[in-house]
Design a protein around this ligand. Structure first.
Ligand SMILES: Cc1ncc(COP(=O)(O)O)c(C=O)c1O
Length: 403
């Protein structure tokens, strides 16, 4: 992993803090690592799950690598089209949206994924000739925490594998075209057996649909959050799942595309969030380092209890001390509790690692703070890809009335 302290520091000086910096080299190496892992599969397609990071330029970068796009809202799909993706390179996997939104996806010509039996029936009556993919719920409990475990029996996602007889009857009755089977069981999954077990369930469902073009195994690959931390062994998964996929195609008697839709795996480690220390505050029990940011900009620690390594890039060889790093939001706003960090002084710049996925895309204007600027590192050059907001941006959609 590239961690260039000097360059990050110079980005903070040039663009100010708080600031997100993303490194395209890391995105590319993750993309290639994954495609290489599945070398045995003839037709492999990765679709970048852009909910992880929707900056238009990041979408354009993945397009340049040959990726497709995975979207969960019509707005993400519209950003994808603006980024240059053909509509049929965009998978649209909504959950709980209106039928009108699904009809917009039909008009745009997206690849549509349906995860609700009543919507499937409605779709079959209205658009019997528009091929769609069925998202199954495999009833597997997997994921780094409860909020990101989405393939279990109590989850709102997918159509239960036990409802496949009804799905098949509906398909026959409406003569609709099912071109794919999809599954996504959660995020942050380490255990390869979970992926393989899920794949067997998906194969079992897929064998009964005779016009498939692709199988989409979703995502959920774990990235390391600690130095030398655990991650999904993607090469081993590629060997095992690639082999099983090839066996399945042979039995199915048709060449299919194997799809994945990674978000975190492609961008998490490519992102660095930089914040400056406003205050050091010693209390009876703790030394707080308070930065010029908060959970409005990086929500994962407060929302999921997620761990982000915190490095003092202004003082890399300072002696180690323990700090609780907090934000400036007016409620508990802790980024890291009791962390060993090189000695911190006011105005030092702290770097939060793994800040490429679900960080800026979950940021808000809470406390009426501007959202940070974003910078992309391409071939040793920094490019500003989102300017810092200003007071006009904050008020842009407000409709003022007179009193
Ligand atoms: C349907 C779907 N696909 C892909 C992803 C991306 O998952 P990850 O970021 O773990 O790769 C998600 C994330 O929640 C998702 O809901």
């Amino acid at each position: 992993m590239n961690f260039d302290r000097e360059r990050l520091l110079s980005a903070a000086q040039e663009y100010g803090t708080p600031l997100y910096v993303y490194d395209t080299e890391i995105m590319k190496s993750q993309y290639e690592r994954m495609t290489n892992a599945f070398y045995s599969v003839k037709k492999l397609k990765l679709n970048y799950a852009c909910k992880a990071n929707t900056n238009l330029n990041i979408l354009k970068y993945f397009k340049s690598l040959g990726s497709g796009l995975d979207t969960v809202s019509i707005q993400e799909a519209m950003i994808g089209i603006k980024a240059g993706f053909e509509p049929n390179e965009i998978i649209y996997t909504p959950n709980g949206v209106s039928f009108e939104e699904i009809e917009m996806a039909v008009k745009l010509g997206l690849k549509i994924n349906i995860d609700n039996i009543s919507v499937l029936e409605h779709f079959g009556h209205e658009y019997p000739d528009y091929p769609v993919c069925v998202r199954i719920n495999p009833h597997i409990m997997a994921g780094g925490n409860a909020k990101i475990s989405v393939g279990h029996i109590d989850s709102k996602f997918g159509i239960s594998i036990h409802q496949m007889p009804l799905v098949k009857r509906m398909v026959e009755n409406t003569n609709m075209k099912i071109n794919g089977i999809h599954m996504h069981t959660g995020s942050d999954i380490l255990d390869i057996d979970v992926f393989l077990q899920g794949a067997e369930i998906l194969f079992e469902v897929a064998k009964d649909f005779n016009a498939l073009e692709y199988l989409d195994f979703g995502s959920g690959f774990k990235v390391p959050y600690y130095p030398n931390g655990d991650e999904t062994d993607i090469e081993y998964l590629g060997e095992r799942l690639g082999e099983r996929f090839n066996q399945f195609q042979k039995a199915y008697k048709k060449e299919l595309t194997l799809m994945f839709e990674p978000g975190k795996y492609l961008v998490s480690q490519a992102g660095f969030f930089l914040a400056s220390v406003n205050v050091i505050k010693q209390t009876t029990s703790t030394v707080f380092a308070g930065v010029d940011s908060g959970f409005n900009h990086l929500q994962r620690p407060m929302f999921y209890g997620a761990h982000h390594e915190i490095v003092n890039i202004s003082n890399p060889s300072g002696r180690n001390r323990y700090y609780t790093v907090v934000g400036y939001i007016c409620e508990t706003d802790t980024f890291g509790n009791n962390r060993k960090i090189n000695e911190i002084k006011e105005n030092d710049v702290l770097c939060f690692m793994n800040a490429g996925a679900y960080c800026f895309s979950m940021a808000s204007n809470y406390n009426s703070r501007f959202r940070p600027a974003e910078v992309l590192w391409i071939d040793n050059e920094m490019h500003l890809i989102r300017r810092r907001e200003n007071i006009e941006d904050l008020l842009a959609s407000t409709v003022e009335i007179s009193f």
